[in-house]
Write a protein that binds this ligand. Structure first.
Ligand code: FAD
Length: 421
């Protein structure tokens, strides 16, 4: 709930109430606090403070960068994680199911198709608009008695102290000092706090940008997500619910950095013609394109994710290329593991900020993190090149995936966020 009085100490302070910070706070509160309520157990509730620089609103009329015009493809595994924290029910009515994934390579033969029937699953994943996810998370945080919400407010600095961390908060015209047993840093990919703390990032620029927009087309999508690799970069169309009788999809179009500006400046007719040429006619005629937004694409990984009293989550820990839709899905698996380890530590009366507890989290998640980062990185490299060797490699790759059921299962498990689970 929104607070006006700030306590001097919290067990956990979450810096950033974006997609990852808000999901973590709800998951931790659900696991540690709502269970202690219901079972009349001896365990003490923990105090959680979420500090968000932008105004959080369950109406979502105000701008917040995490919950902007994008859509997110959530894996089947991610829906299970949201379910286990009591949040999926609120999302379920607004998501569009993905029952088939169609992967193709423009101008080449290779292609593969994955369906939930082949894999004997209810769905391969779900598409949710970021604004909708924002509304669900903000409502959940606002109604959770165990979460204190401070927004708009900014964390200016974090300093290590013998019993945890000290945070300096900038609340409009005043500054306030707060102590925390554990700080969860979820302030996104451009974190000045990380720099202040001397946490170094390894950054690889793809020299690509993602243009995102909603599009309308003449044929129904039949809940298929399309991933099409072109010589200039991958292009994805995710299925969205019909609106005013129009078939709709969410476009993520990766283009070379130098071309993004001129593409954004084209009028709708010119852009639609080019898009049609790149995507083909699988969805019939692409008739309309909405407002366009552009994101520079990088791979960034923090060299340290845990310190005594500190853990990094989400984009600040690892920012991935959106080609395979893995950034938020990986962050949710990180959250799931971290919350389980913190719950265990709490039940054993261990300090939540203890480095041995946080290191246990990192040890459990590091394989999943490196597999997901490598899968995304090499897919980006392989499918963004027109070098002859790489063209043959991907033709062969897609062909083999389609022919060999075990490979298809492996590819699907990674793409659905179920690998390593
Ligand atoms: C085009 C595109 C498409 C994508 N599609 C997918 C997809 O389909 N599937 C998927 O899994 N992932 C996808 N991703 C990745 C996903 O969007 C990210 O993983 C996710 O947004 C990371 O969220 P975050 O909360 O870590 O960071 P952010 O979204 O950047 O949020 C950080 C928050 O911290 C706040 N903040 C910053 N500094 C401070 C401070 N000092 N004090 C207080 N608050 C602060 C900010 O205001 C913000 O609200 C996509 C990414 C892009 C760019």
């Amino acid at each position: 709930m929104q607070i006006s009085q700030i306590a001097s100490h919290y067990d956990v302070v979450v810096v950033g109430g974006g997609m990852v910070g808000a999901s973590f706070a709800c998951a931790l509160d659900y696991s540690l606090n709502s269970k202690t309520h219901g079972q009349n157990c001896q365990q003490r509730e923990i105090s959680i403070l979420v500090v968000e620089a932008f105004k959080l609103s369950s109406e979502q009329t105000d701008f917040q960068p995490s919950f902007d015009a994008r859509t997110t493809a959530l894996s089947y595994g991610s829906s299970n994680i949201f379910q286990s924290f009591g949040l999926w029910q609120s999302c379920a009515d607004t998501v569009t199911e993905i029952s088939e994934i169609h992967v193709s390579d423009r101008g080449h033969f290779g292609r593969t198709q994955l369906s939930c029937q082949q894999l004997q699953m209810d769905a391969l994943g779900f598409v949710i608009e970021n604004r909708t996810l924002g509304r669900v998370l903000n409502q959940a945080m606002a109604s959770a008695a165990g979460i204190g919400l401070l927004s708009p407010a900014k964390v200016k600095s974090i300093k290590p102290r013998p019993q945890g961390m000290e945070l300096e908060l900038d609340i409009g015209s005043t500054c306030q000092i707060v102590q925390a047993g554990l700080v969860v840093l979820a302030d996104g990919g451009k974190s000045p706090i990380c720099q202040q703390l001397g946490i170094v990032n390894t950054v690889e620029r793809y020299q690509q940008s993602a243009i995102i927009s909603n599009i309308a087309f003449s044929k129904p999508h039949n809940n298929t997500a399309y991933e099409r690799f072109t010589d200039s970069g991958p292009l994805a169309v995710l299925p969205l619910a019909k609106q005013n009788g129009e078939n709709r999809g969410a476009l993520v179009w990766t283009v070379p950095e130098g071309e993004a500006k001129s593409l954004l400046e084209k009028d709708d007719g010119q852009l639609l013609a080019l898009l049609q040429q790149m995507f083909g006619f699988r969805l019939g005629r692409i008739s309309r394109i909405g407002e366009r937004f552009c994101y520079p694409l990088i791979l960034s990984t923090a060299k340290e994710q845990v310190r005594p009293g500190l853990v990094l989550l989400g984009n600040v820990a690892h920012t991935l290329h959106p080609v395979a839709g893995q950034g938020m899905n990986l962050a949710l698996r990180d959250i799931d593991t971290l919350v389980r380890i913190l719950s265990q530590a709490h039940s054993e009366n261990k300090s939540l900020g203890s480095i041995s507890v946080l290191q246990q989290y990192l040890n459990q998640q590091s394989k999943d993190q490196s597999n997901t980062i490598n899968f995304t990185h090499y897919m980006t490299r392989l499918f963004s090149s027109n070098q002859l060797g790489l063209v043959w490699a991907r033709k062969f790759g897609l062909f083999s995936i389609d022919l060999v059921p075990a490979l298809k299962q492996k590819f699907a498990r990674q793409a659905m966020g179920l690998a390593d689970r």
